[in-house]
Design a protein around this ligand. Sequence first.
Ligand code: GLU
Length: 450
Amino acid sequence: MDSYIKNTIDLIYDTYRTQPEFVQAVEEFLLSIEPVIRNHPEYEKNDLLMRLVTPERLFKFRVVWTDDEGKAHTNMGYRCQFNGAIGPYKGGLRFQKNVNESIIKFLAFEQTFKNSLTGLPIGGGKGGSDFDPAGKSEAEIMRFCQSFMSALYRYIGADVDVPAGDMGVSQREIGYLFGQYRRLKGNFENGVLTGKGLSYGGSLIRPEATGYGAVYYLDEVLKHENDTLEGKRIGVSGYGNVAWGIMKKAAELNAKVIYMSGPDGYIRDPEGIITEEKLNYILEMRMKDPMHCRPYADRFKCEFIEGKKFWGVEDVDIYMPAAVQNDVGFDTAKLIAKSGVKYYIEVANMPTTNDALTLLRSCDHMIVAPSKAVNAGGVGVSALEMSQNSERLSWTKEEVDSQLHRMMVNIHKESMKAAEEYGLGYDLVSGANIAGFKKVADAMMEQGLF
Ligand code: GLU
Protein backbone atom coordinates (compact mmCIF):
# COMPACT_ATOMS: atom_id res chain seq x y z
CA MET A 1 0.00 0.00 0.00
CA ASP A 2 1.15 3.53 -0.77
CA SER A 3 2.81 4.96 2.36
CA TYR A 4 1.03 8.30 2.12
CA ILE A 5 -2.34 6.51 2.09
CA LYS A 6 -1.27 4.15 4.86
CA ASN A 7 -0.06 6.96 7.11
CA THR A 8 -3.27 8.89 6.54
CA ILE A 9 -5.42 5.87 7.39
CA ASP A 10 -3.35 5.22 10.55
CA LEU A 11 -3.78 8.83 11.59
CA ILE A 12 -7.51 8.67 11.00
CA TYR A 13 -7.79 5.48 13.09
CA ASP A 14 -5.88 7.20 15.84
CA THR A 15 -7.69 10.51 15.78
CA TYR A 16 -11.26 9.31 15.34
CA ARG A 17 -11.31 6.19 17.48
CA THR A 18 -14.79 7.06 18.73
CA GLN A 19 -16.24 7.58 15.23
CA PRO A 20 -16.33 4.10 13.63
CA GLU A 21 -18.70 4.88 10.74
CA PHE A 22 -16.60 7.86 9.71
CA VAL A 23 -13.36 5.87 9.84
CA GLN A 24 -14.99 3.09 7.83
CA ALA A 25 -16.10 5.46 5.05
CA VAL A 26 -12.70 7.18 4.89
CA GLU A 27 -10.74 3.94 4.77
CA GLU A 28 -12.82 2.46 1.98
CA PHE A 29 -12.48 5.67 0.00
CA LEU A 30 -8.73 6.17 0.46
CA LEU A 31 -7.93 2.59 -0.54
CA SER A 32 -9.91 3.10 -3.74
CA ILE A 33 -8.11 6.24 -4.85
CA GLU A 34 -4.62 4.83 -4.28
CA PRO A 35 -3.72 4.67 -7.99
CA VAL A 36 -4.47 8.37 -8.41
CA ILE A 37 -2.46 9.35 -5.35
CA ARG A 38 0.57 7.49 -6.68
CA ASN A 39 0.50 9.67 -9.79
CA HIS A 40 0.33 12.94 -7.85
CA PRO A 41 3.23 13.50 -5.45
CA GLU A 42 2.16 17.13 -5.07
CA TYR A 43 -0.87 16.01 -3.06
CA GLU A 44 1.26 14.94 -0.11
CA LYS A 45 3.20 18.20 -0.06
CA ASN A 46 -0.14 20.03 0.07
CA ASP A 47 -1.51 17.74 2.79
CA LEU A 48 -4.43 17.07 0.47
CA LEU A 49 -5.66 13.88 2.10
CA MET A 50 -5.86 15.24 5.65
CA ARG A 51 -7.56 18.34 4.30
CA LEU A 52 -9.95 16.13 2.37
CA VAL A 53 -10.97 14.05 5.39
CA THR A 54 -11.27 16.99 7.77
CA PRO A 55 -14.60 18.81 7.55
CA GLU A 56 -14.41 22.52 6.81
CA ARG A 57 -16.69 22.98 9.80
CA LEU A 58 -19.16 21.09 11.95
CA PHE A 59 -21.89 22.79 13.96
CA LYS A 60 -23.40 21.10 16.99
CA PHE A 61 -26.32 22.71 18.71
CA ARG A 62 -28.94 22.14 21.36
CA VAL A 63 -32.51 21.69 20.18
CA VAL A 64 -35.19 22.07 22.83
CA TRP A 65 -38.83 21.36 22.10
CA THR A 66 -41.98 20.75 24.10
CA ASP A 67 -44.24 17.72 23.73
CA ASP A 68 -48.02 17.83 23.69
CA GLU A 69 -48.13 17.55 27.48
CA GLY A 70 -46.00 20.66 27.79
CA LYS A 71 -42.89 18.79 28.90
CA ALA A 72 -39.56 20.02 27.52
CA HIS A 73 -37.04 17.73 25.75
CA THR A 74 -33.48 18.37 24.67
CA ASN A 75 -31.81 16.85 21.61
CA MET A 76 -28.55 17.40 19.75
CA GLY A 77 -28.59 18.99 16.31
CA TYR A 78 -25.76 18.78 13.77
CA ARG A 79 -24.73 20.32 10.47
CA CYS A 80 -21.47 19.28 8.92
CA GLN A 81 -20.19 21.45 6.07
CA PHE A 82 -17.67 18.96 4.84
CA ASN A 83 -16.32 20.29 1.59
CA GLY A 84 -17.37 23.37 -0.36
CA ALA A 85 -14.65 23.34 -3.04
CA ILE A 86 -16.99 22.78 -5.98
CA GLY A 87 -20.16 24.49 -4.79
CA PRO A 88 -22.38 25.40 -1.83
CA TYR A 89 -22.60 22.60 0.73
CA LYS A 90 -25.49 20.33 -0.13
CA GLY A 91 -26.95 17.33 1.59
CA GLY A 92 -29.82 16.08 3.66
CA LEU A 93 -30.91 16.23 7.28
CA ARG A 94 -31.50 12.96 9.09
CA PHE A 95 -33.77 12.74 12.14
CA GLN A 96 -33.21 9.36 13.75
CA LYS A 97 -32.54 8.15 17.28
CA ASN A 98 -29.08 6.79 16.47
CA VAL A 99 -27.73 9.98 14.83
CA ASN A 100 -24.38 11.09 16.23
CA GLU A 101 -21.29 12.93 15.07
CA SER A 102 -19.74 9.86 13.46
CA ILE A 103 -22.83 9.15 11.37
CA ILE A 104 -23.23 12.76 10.27
CA LYS A 105 -19.56 12.96 9.32
CA PHE A 106 -19.55 9.74 7.33
CA LEU A 107 -22.66 10.87 5.46
CA ALA A 108 -21.20 14.32 4.76
CA PHE A 109 -17.93 12.77 3.57
CA GLU A 110 -19.73 10.40 1.19
CA GLN A 111 -21.96 13.25 0.07
CA THR A 112 -18.94 15.27 -1.09
CA PHE A 113 -17.97 12.69 -3.70
CA LYS A 114 -21.51 11.74 -4.59
CA ASN A 115 -22.32 15.37 -5.30
CA SER A 116 -19.17 15.70 -7.35
CA LEU A 117 -20.26 12.68 -9.42
CA THR A 118 -23.55 14.36 -10.35
CA GLY A 119 -21.51 16.76 -12.49
CA LEU A 120 -23.35 19.67 -10.87
CA PRO A 121 -21.77 22.44 -8.77
CA ILE A 122 -22.61 21.23 -5.25
CA GLY A 123 -20.32 20.69 -2.28
CA GLY A 124 -20.86 18.10 0.44
CA GLY A 125 -22.74 18.56 3.71
CA LYS A 126 -25.09 16.67 5.99
CA GLY A 127 -26.93 17.30 9.21
CA GLY A 128 -29.63 16.03 11.48
CA SER A 129 -30.58 15.21 15.00
CA ASP A 130 -30.96 12.30 17.40
CA PHE A 131 -34.62 13.29 17.69
CA ASP A 132 -36.76 10.19 17.18
CA PRO A 133 -39.78 11.03 15.00
CA ALA A 134 -41.46 7.67 15.75
CA GLY A 135 -44.74 8.13 17.55
CA LYS A 136 -44.56 11.93 17.63
CA SER A 137 -47.64 13.99 16.88
CA GLU A 138 -47.83 16.41 13.99
CA ALA A 139 -47.61 19.36 16.40
CA GLU A 140 -44.56 17.89 18.14
CA ILE A 141 -42.82 17.39 14.78
CA MET A 142 -43.61 20.99 13.86
CA ARG A 143 -42.26 22.37 17.12
CA PHE A 144 -39.12 20.26 16.83
CA CYS A 145 -38.49 21.45 13.25
CA GLN A 146 -39.03 25.07 14.26
CA SER A 147 -36.60 24.78 17.11
CA PHE A 148 -34.05 22.97 14.94
CA MET A 149 -34.21 25.70 12.29
CA SER A 150 -33.96 28.46 14.90
CA ALA A 151 -30.49 27.13 15.63
CA LEU A 152 -29.52 26.28 12.05
CA TYR A 153 -30.75 29.27 10.04
CA ARG A 154 -27.68 31.44 10.64
CA TYR A 155 -25.36 28.88 9.04
CA ILE A 156 -27.21 28.15 5.80
CA GLY A 157 -28.23 30.07 2.66
CA ALA A 158 -28.94 29.48 -1.02
CA ASP A 159 -25.26 30.12 -1.89
CA VAL A 160 -23.86 28.83 1.39
CA ASP A 161 -25.42 25.52 2.37
CA VAL A 162 -28.65 23.98 1.11
CA PRO A 163 -30.09 21.22 3.32
CA ALA A 164 -32.72 18.72 2.18
CA GLY A 165 -34.39 15.61 3.55
CA ASP A 166 -33.00 12.22 4.50
CA MET A 167 -34.36 9.56 6.85
CA GLY A 168 -37.04 11.03 9.10
CA VAL A 169 -37.16 14.25 7.07
CA SER A 170 -39.59 14.35 4.17
CA GLN A 171 -41.67 17.04 2.52
CA ARG A 172 -43.68 17.65 5.69
CA GLU A 173 -40.58 18.39 7.80
CA ILE A 174 -39.01 20.46 5.01
CA GLY A 175 -42.20 22.55 5.03
CA TYR A 176 -41.91 23.32 8.75
CA LEU A 177 -38.18 23.95 8.46
CA PHE A 178 -38.65 26.30 5.52
CA GLY A 179 -41.52 28.12 7.26
CA GLN A 180 -39.34 28.80 10.27
CA TYR A 181 -36.43 29.92 8.09
CA ARG A 182 -38.68 32.40 6.29
CA ARG A 183 -40.13 33.64 9.55
CA LEU A 184 -36.70 34.29 11.02
CA LYS A 185 -35.09 35.78 7.92
CA GLY A 186 -38.10 37.69 6.60
CA ASN A 187 -37.01 36.58 3.16
CA PHE A 188 -38.50 34.00 0.78
CA GLU A 189 -35.19 32.52 -0.48
CA ASN A 190 -36.85 29.31 -1.61
CA GLY A 191 -33.55 27.84 -2.86
CA VAL A 192 -32.36 27.49 0.73
CA LEU A 193 -33.84 24.01 1.15
CA THR A 194 -34.72 21.35 -1.39
CA GLY A 195 -37.38 18.68 -1.35
CA LYS A 196 -39.98 21.39 -0.88
CA GLY A 197 -43.68 21.09 -1.67
CA LEU A 198 -44.69 21.93 -5.22
CA SER A 199 -46.67 25.00 -4.12
CA TYR A 200 -43.57 26.86 -2.93
CA GLY A 201 -40.72 25.91 -5.23
CA GLY A 202 -40.36 22.14 -5.02
CA SER A 203 -39.38 20.17 -8.10
CA LEU A 204 -41.45 17.54 -9.83
CA ILE A 205 -39.88 14.06 -9.56
CA ARG A 206 -37.80 14.99 -6.46
CA PRO A 207 -39.62 12.51 -4.16
CA GLU A 208 -39.05 9.66 -6.62
CA ALA A 209 -35.62 10.78 -7.84
CA THR A 210 -33.33 8.58 -5.73
CA GLY A 211 -35.22 5.38 -6.54
CA TYR A 212 -35.71 6.24 -10.21
CA GLY A 213 -32.06 7.19 -10.53
CA ALA A 214 -31.00 3.89 -8.96
CA VAL A 215 -32.99 1.95 -11.56
CA TYR A 216 -31.58 4.07 -14.41
CA TYR A 217 -28.10 3.32 -13.13
CA LEU A 218 -28.92 -0.39 -12.81
CA ASP A 219 -30.15 -0.33 -16.40
CA GLU A 220 -26.72 0.94 -17.50
CA VAL A 221 -24.98 -1.84 -15.60
CA LEU A 222 -27.23 -4.41 -17.25
CA LYS A 223 -26.60 -2.94 -20.69
CA HIS A 224 -22.88 -3.16 -20.06
CA GLU A 225 -23.39 -6.89 -19.39
CA ASN A 226 -25.51 -7.27 -22.55
CA ASP A 227 -28.43 -7.89 -20.29
CA THR A 228 -31.75 -6.10 -19.81
CA LEU A 229 -34.20 -5.15 -17.08
CA GLU A 230 -36.97 -7.09 -18.80
CA GLY A 231 -38.34 -9.71 -16.39
CA LYS A 232 -35.67 -9.17 -13.76
CA ARG A 233 -36.56 -10.01 -10.14
CA ILE A 234 -35.23 -7.64 -7.51
CA GLY A 235 -34.82 -7.91 -3.74
CA VAL A 236 -34.88 -4.50 -2.06
CA SER A 237 -34.26 -4.02 1.64
CA GLY A 238 -36.40 -1.28 3.14
CA TYR A 239 -39.70 0.11 1.96
CA GLY A 240 -39.05 3.81 2.49
CA ASN A 241 -39.13 6.58 -0.05
CA VAL A 242 -36.10 5.29 -1.95
CA ALA A 243 -37.19 1.64 -2.05
CA TRP A 244 -40.62 2.78 -3.18
CA GLY A 245 -39.14 4.75 -6.10
CA ILE A 246 -37.21 1.63 -7.13
CA MET A 247 -40.37 -0.50 -7.07
CA LYS A 248 -42.25 2.02 -9.18
CA LYS A 249 -39.59 2.56 -11.83
CA ALA A 250 -38.71 -1.15 -11.98
CA ALA A 251 -42.38 -1.95 -12.65
CA GLU A 252 -42.51 0.70 -15.37
CA LEU A 253 -39.50 -0.88 -17.07
CA ASN A 254 -40.90 -4.43 -16.86
CA ALA A 255 -38.81 -5.64 -13.96
CA LYS A 256 -40.29 -6.47 -10.55
CA VAL A 257 -39.38 -6.12 -6.92
CA ILE A 258 -40.36 -9.36 -5.21
CA TYR A 259 -38.74 -8.89 -1.81
CA MET A 260 -38.90 -5.91 0.52
CA SER A 261 -38.12 -5.67 4.21
CA GLY A 262 -38.81 -3.61 7.30
CA PRO A 263 -37.60 -3.62 10.90
CA ASP A 264 -40.16 -6.36 11.63
CA GLY A 265 -39.16 -8.87 8.93
CA TYR A 266 -39.47 -9.33 5.19
CA ILE A 267 -42.10 -9.81 2.51
CA ARG A 268 -41.92 -12.19 -0.44
CA ASP A 269 -44.37 -11.35 -3.19
CA PRO A 270 -43.47 -13.48 -6.23
CA GLU A 271 -46.01 -11.69 -8.42
CA GLY A 272 -44.06 -8.49 -7.84
CA ILE A 273 -44.84 -5.18 -6.18
CA ILE A 274 -45.91 -3.76 -9.48
CA THR A 275 -49.53 -2.66 -9.41
CA GLU A 276 -50.66 0.83 -8.54
CA GLU A 277 -52.76 -0.63 -5.76
CA LYS A 278 -49.73 -2.26 -4.13
CA LEU A 279 -47.54 0.80 -4.55
CA ASN A 280 -50.19 3.07 -3.04
CA TYR A 281 -50.76 0.65 -0.21
CA ILE A 282 -47.07 0.84 0.73
CA LEU A 283 -47.29 4.62 0.97
CA GLU A 284 -50.31 4.36 3.23
CA MET A 285 -48.76 1.65 5.36
CA ARG A 286 -45.60 3.67 5.87
CA MET A 287 -47.51 6.80 6.84
CA LYS A 288 -49.41 4.87 9.50
CA ASP A 289 -46.47 2.94 10.88
CA PRO A 290 -42.92 3.06 9.49
CA MET A 291 -41.77 0.13 11.65
CA HIS A 292 -43.91 -2.70 10.25
CA CYS A 293 -44.27 -4.05 6.72
CA ARG A 294 -46.29 -7.10 7.76
CA PRO A 295 -49.68 -5.49 6.90
CA TYR A 296 -48.69 -5.75 3.21
CA ALA A 297 -48.53 -9.55 3.49
CA ASP A 298 -51.94 -9.68 5.17
CA ARG A 299 -53.46 -7.39 2.57
CA PHE A 300 -52.03 -9.08 -0.54
CA LYS A 301 -51.88 -12.64 0.80
CA CYS A 302 -48.19 -13.27 0.45
CA GLU A 303 -45.42 -14.56 2.70
CA PHE A 304 -44.11 -12.57 5.66
CA ILE A 305 -41.05 -13.89 7.44
CA GLU A 306 -40.82 -12.35 10.86
CA GLY A 307 -37.62 -10.94 12.31
CA LYS A 308 -35.43 -12.08 9.40
CA LYS A 309 -33.66 -10.52 6.43
CA PHE A 310 -33.87 -12.05 2.97
CA TRP A 311 -30.16 -11.89 2.06
CA GLY A 312 -29.08 -15.19 0.58
CA VAL A 313 -32.29 -16.04 -1.27
CA GLU A 314 -31.68 -17.42 -4.76
CA ASP A 315 -34.87 -16.47 -6.58
CA VAL A 316 -33.78 -12.92 -7.44
CA ASP A 317 -31.46 -11.54 -10.13
CA ILE A 318 -30.53 -8.34 -8.33
CA TYR A 319 -29.98 -7.32 -4.73
CA MET A 320 -30.52 -3.69 -3.81
CA PRO A 321 -29.82 -2.81 -0.15
CA ALA A 322 -31.84 0.38 0.32
CA ALA A 323 -32.39 0.58 4.07
CA VAL A 324 -29.65 1.60 6.51
CA GLN A 325 -25.86 1.73 6.80
CA ASN A 326 -24.05 -1.51 7.58
CA ASP A 327 -27.10 -3.62 6.75
CA VAL A 328 -24.86 -6.21 5.09
CA GLY A 329 -21.99 -7.47 7.22
CA PHE A 330 -19.41 -10.17 6.52
CA ASP A 331 -21.59 -13.21 7.29
CA THR A 332 -24.46 -11.83 5.25
CA ALA A 333 -22.07 -11.14 2.39
CA LYS A 334 -21.06 -14.81 2.46
CA LEU A 335 -24.71 -15.78 2.00
CA ILE A 336 -25.09 -13.30 -0.84
CA ALA A 337 -21.95 -14.57 -2.54
CA LYS A 338 -23.19 -18.16 -2.20
CA SER A 339 -26.62 -17.36 -3.62
CA GLY A 340 -25.10 -16.93 -7.08
CA VAL A 341 -26.95 -13.64 -7.62
CA LYS A 342 -24.90 -11.56 -10.04
CA TYR A 343 -25.84 -7.96 -9.29
CA TYR A 344 -25.32 -6.26 -5.94
CA ILE A 345 -26.40 -2.65 -6.33
CA GLU A 346 -25.94 -0.57 -3.19
CA VAL A 347 -28.56 2.13 -2.72
CA ALA A 348 -28.57 3.24 0.93
CA ASN A 349 -25.49 5.16 2.05
CA MET A 350 -22.74 2.68 3.03
CA PRO A 351 -25.06 -0.34 3.39
CA THR A 352 -22.12 -2.75 3.32
CA THR A 353 -19.35 -3.08 5.91
CA ASN A 354 -15.83 -2.83 4.45
CA ASP A 355 -14.97 -6.51 4.95
CA ALA A 356 -18.29 -7.51 3.36
CA LEU A 357 -17.70 -5.20 0.42
CA THR A 358 -14.21 -6.61 -0.11
CA LEU A 359 -15.65 -10.12 -0.13
CA LEU A 360 -18.41 -9.30 -2.63
CA ARG A 361 -16.04 -7.41 -4.92
CA SER A 362 -13.68 -10.37 -4.95
CA CYS A 363 -16.37 -12.74 -6.32
CA ASP A 364 -15.78 -13.26 -10.02
CA HIS A 365 -19.44 -13.86 -10.76
CA MET A 366 -20.61 -10.61 -9.16
CA ILE A 367 -20.95 -7.00 -10.16
CA VAL A 368 -20.98 -4.54 -7.30
CA ALA A 369 -22.13 -0.94 -7.68
CA PRO A 370 -21.51 1.65 -4.94
CA SER A 371 -24.20 3.75 -3.30
CA LYS A 372 -22.48 7.06 -3.85
CA ALA A 373 -23.04 6.59 -7.57
CA VAL A 374 -26.32 4.67 -7.49
CA ASN A 375 -28.21 7.02 -5.15
CA ALA A 376 -26.82 10.28 -6.54
CA GLY A 377 -30.00 10.99 -8.51
CA GLY A 378 -31.72 12.27 -5.37
CA VAL A 379 -29.29 15.03 -4.65
CA GLY A 380 -28.90 15.55 -8.40
CA VAL A 381 -32.56 16.45 -8.70
CA SER A 382 -32.17 18.64 -5.60
CA ALA A 383 -29.56 20.57 -7.56
CA LEU A 384 -32.06 20.83 -10.42
CA GLU A 385 -34.56 22.19 -7.89
CA MET A 386 -31.99 24.86 -6.94
CA SER A 387 -31.58 25.76 -10.63
CA GLN A 388 -35.34 26.08 -11.09
CA ASN A 389 -35.58 28.24 -7.97
CA SER A 390 -32.85 30.58 -9.12
CA GLU A 391 -34.43 30.82 -12.58
CA ARG A 392 -37.79 31.38 -10.87
CA LEU A 393 -39.58 28.81 -12.97
CA SER A 394 -40.51 25.14 -12.85
CA TRP A 395 -39.61 22.48 -15.34
CA THR A 396 -42.02 19.81 -16.49
CA LYS A 397 -41.95 16.27 -15.15
CA GLU A 398 -40.55 15.01 -18.45
CA GLU A 399 -37.80 17.61 -18.42
CA VAL A 400 -36.66 16.74 -14.89
CA ASP A 401 -36.93 13.01 -15.52
CA SER A 402 -34.90 13.16 -18.70
CA GLN A 403 -32.19 15.24 -16.99
CA LEU A 404 -32.13 12.69 -14.17
CA HIS A 405 -31.82 9.86 -16.66
CA ARG A 406 -28.97 11.59 -18.47
CA MET A 407 -27.22 12.27 -15.18
CA MET A 408 -27.32 8.60 -14.17
CA VAL A 409 -26.08 7.44 -17.59
CA ASN A 410 -23.24 9.88 -17.22
CA ILE A 411 -22.33 8.86 -13.67
CA HIS A 412 -22.09 5.25 -14.80
CA LYS A 413 -20.00 6.22 -17.83
CA GLU A 414 -17.63 8.49 -15.88
CA SER A 415 -17.11 5.85 -13.17
CA MET A 416 -16.41 3.22 -15.80
CA LYS A 417 -13.95 5.48 -17.61
CA ALA A 418 -12.11 6.44 -14.42
CA ALA A 419 -11.58 2.79 -13.49
CA GLU A 420 -10.42 1.91 -16.99
CA GLU A 421 -7.97 4.81 -17.04
CA TYR A 422 -6.21 3.27 -14.03
CA GLY A 423 -6.27 -0.24 -15.45
CA LEU A 424 -8.91 -1.50 -13.01
CA GLY A 425 -11.36 -2.90 -15.56
CA TYR A 426 -15.09 -2.65 -14.94
CA ASP A 427 -14.73 -1.64 -11.30
CA LEU A 428 -17.65 0.65 -10.46
CA VAL A 429 -16.66 1.08 -6.81
CA SER A 430 -13.15 2.38 -7.44
CA GLY A 431 -14.32 4.20 -10.55
CA ALA A 432 -16.93 6.22 -8.65
CA ASN A 433 -14.48 7.09 -5.89
CA ILE A 434 -11.80 8.14 -8.37
CA ALA A 435 -14.13 10.17 -10.58
CA GLY A 436 -15.74 11.88 -7.58
CA PHE A 437 -12.37 12.56 -6.00
CA LYS A 438 -10.60 14.04 -9.02
CA LYS A 439 -12.91 17.01 -9.44
CA VAL A 440 -12.85 17.87 -5.73
CA ALA A 441 -9.06 17.45 -5.60
CA ASP A 442 -8.52 19.69 -8.64
CA ALA A 443 -10.71 22.40 -7.13
CA MET A 444 -8.94 22.19 -3.77
CA MET A 445 -5.51 22.34 -5.36
CA GLU A 446 -6.47 25.35 -7.47
CA GLN A 447 -7.99 27.23 -4.54
CA GLY A 448 -4.83 27.22 -2.42
CA LEU A 449 -4.19 26.06 1.10
CA PHE A 450 -6.95 26.28 3.67
N1 GLU B 1 -30.25 12.86 1.66
C1 GLU B 1 -30.17 12.67 0.25
C2 GLU B 1 -28.79 12.15 -0.13
O1 GLU B 1 -28.18 11.47 0.62
C3 GLU B 1 -30.55 13.91 -0.51
C4 GLU B 1 -29.68 15.10 -0.27
C5 GLU B 1 -30.15 16.34 -1.01
O2 GLU B 1 -31.09 16.26 -1.78
O3 GLU B 1 -29.51 17.38 -0.78
O4 GLU B 1 -28.27 12.35 -1.18
